[in-house]
Design a protein around this ligand. Structure first.
Ligand SMILES: CC(C)(COP(=O)(O)OP(=O)(O)OC[C@H]1O[C@@H](n2cnc3c(N)ncnc32)[C@H](O)[C@@H]1OP(=O)(O)O)[C@@H](O)C(=O)NCCC(=O)NCCS
Length: 151
C-alpha cells in the first residue's frame, strides 16, 4: 500500500473499528471518537512507517482494488506466535466470492515470510461471516469474552 492509499484508507479503517467496539458494548458512542484517536496513535505512531506494521492492497489482474489487509508482526511475541491481523476487508461489491479466503491465505504467506510461527486476530461475536472464514481456515478460539445486558 502506498502512503497516499494508507492516508486515504485509515479514517474508514478506524471508523469500522469504532463501530465494532460500540456494537460489542466495549465503548460508548460518546467516547468512541477520542478512544479511536488514542488507539490509532498507540498502534501507528509513525503511520504506515510504524515498525512491524504491514499494509497491503488486494487488486484484481485488471487493477481494481478489491480489499486490504493490515498485518502486524512481532516474531518473538509468545502470545500471538508472531503475527496479528488487525484488519482484513473485502470491498462490499466483491464479498462472498472467495476473496476473503484468498486474502487470508496471502496474510499467512506474508506472516511466514516475515518470521511468524502462528497468526492470531480478534473477531467480534456478531461477525458471522468473518468467524466462518477463520473457522474454516483452521483458526481456533483462544479466548472468548461474554456479556449479558442487565434489565
Ligand atoms: C469477512 C470478509 C473479509 C470475508 O470476505 P469474503 O470475500 O466475503 O469471504 P469469502 O467469500 O472468502 O467467504 C468466507 C466464508 O464465509 C461464507 N460467507 C460469505 N458470505 C456469507 C454470507 N453473506 N452469509 C453467510 N456466509 C457467508 C463463505 O461461504 C465462506 O465459507 P467457507 O469458509 O465455509 O467456505 C468480508 O465479509 C468483509 O470484508 N467484511 C467486513 C470487514 C470485516 O468484518 N473483516 C473481518 C474483521 S475480523
Amino acid at each position: 500500500m502506498t502512503i497516499e492509499e494508507f492516508e486515504a484508507r485509515i479514517p474508514a479503517v478506524m471508523d469500522g473499528y469504532v463501530a465494532e467496539q460500540i456494537r460489542a458494548g466495549n465503548w460508548s458512542a460518546v467516547d468512541a471518537g477520542e478512544l479511536a484517536r488514542v488507539e490509532q496513535h498507540r498502534l501507528l505512531p509513525l503511520g504506515i512507517a510504524t515498525p512491524g506494521m504491514h499494509w497491503y492492497i488486494a487488486r484484481t489482474q485488471a487493477d481494481e482494488i478489491v480489499g486490504y489487509l493490515w498485518l502486524a508482526t512481532e516474531p518473538t511475541d509468545p502470545i500471538t506466535g508472531g503475527a496479528w491481523i488487525y484488519a482484513i476487508e473485502v470491498e462490499p461489491g466483491y464479498r462472498g466470492r472467495g476473496l476473503g479466503h484468498q486474502l487470508l491465505d496471502a496474510a499467512e504467506l506474508e506472516a511466514r515470510r516475515l518470521g511468524a510461527r502462528a497468526i492470531a486476530l480478534n473477531v467480534f461475536g456478531a461477525n458471522h461471516v468473518a468467524r466462518q472464514l477463520y473457522e474454516s481456515s483452521g483458526y481456533e478460539v483462544t479466548s472468548l469474552q461474554m456479556r449479558k445486558t442487565l434489565h
